[in-house]
Design a protein around this ligand. Structure first.
Ligand code: FES
Length: 203
């Protein structure tokens, strides 16, 4: 009788071992499947928004208009400079847009016309940060002219609807907004292809 009971216990132990091993194997297989699916997952980013900024007939030379892009709280300005500039759009290739958050510590920069009495760069349209005296060249992709900022202001890529005259913001060009990118910041090859044509190349 005792021998029979011992045999039953042994059978139970064996069955339990098999069930446990099968459960562990099933869990491991599920875990592998999860890892596999993670490994093949594609990280995708949403496209830049396409936002109407203004109609070209409402732009006047030297009078910037503020708008927000790419977020509702991200300030930028669009300016008609009155002379062709790198990345400029429109019939005169003179319309550009920049983010206006200073690349140093985030103050808001202001635009100075070439003949503004406050402008120390006479004859050149510039952007100036009053916090620590950062100067950016509005005629050349907002490159840093002077002061503590290390990176230019990010440019907003614009598109003109030739039929309606509406101007759209369609993308931010590098560097990152209020970023601390490496110096020099013009290293991204897309700088050579803005406005649909080859510009710059003097670096
Ligand atoms: Fe603009 Fe310092 S925050 S120069």
């Amino acid at each position: 009788m005792a021998k029979e009971k011992s045999s039953i216990d042994e059978n139970r132990r064996t069955a339990l071992k098999i069930i446990t091993a099968a459960s562990v194997a099933a869990c491991f297989a599920s875990f592998l499947n999860v890892l596999k699916s993670l490994g093949t997952a594609q990280i995708s980013f949403p496209p830049w928004p396409r936002v109407k900024v203004i109609n070209i007939k409402d732009l006047k030379v030297g009078e910037p208009v503020q708008f927000n892009y790419p977020l509702e709280e991200t300030p930028a300005i669009i300016i008609k400079l009155g002379k062709p500039v790198p990345g400029g759009i429109g019939p005169d290739k003179d319309i550009v847009a920049y983010n206006i958050i200073c690349q140093h510590l985030g103050c808001i920069v202001r635009f100075y016309k070439a003949d503004d009495p406050e402008n120390i760069y006479k004859g050149k349209n510039v952007l100036y940060c009053p916090c620590h005296g950062g100067w950016y060249d509005a005629e050349d992709r907002a490159r840093v002219l002077a002061g503590p900022p290390l990176c230019e202001l990010p440019m907003v890529k614009l598109e003109l609807d030739e039929e309606t005259g509406d101007i759209y913001a369609v993308e931010m060009l590098p560097p990152a907004i209020f970023g601390k990118g490496p110096t020099p910041c013009h290293s991204d090859p897309r700088w050579d292809l803005i406005g649909g044509e080859l510009v710059g190349g003097e670096e």
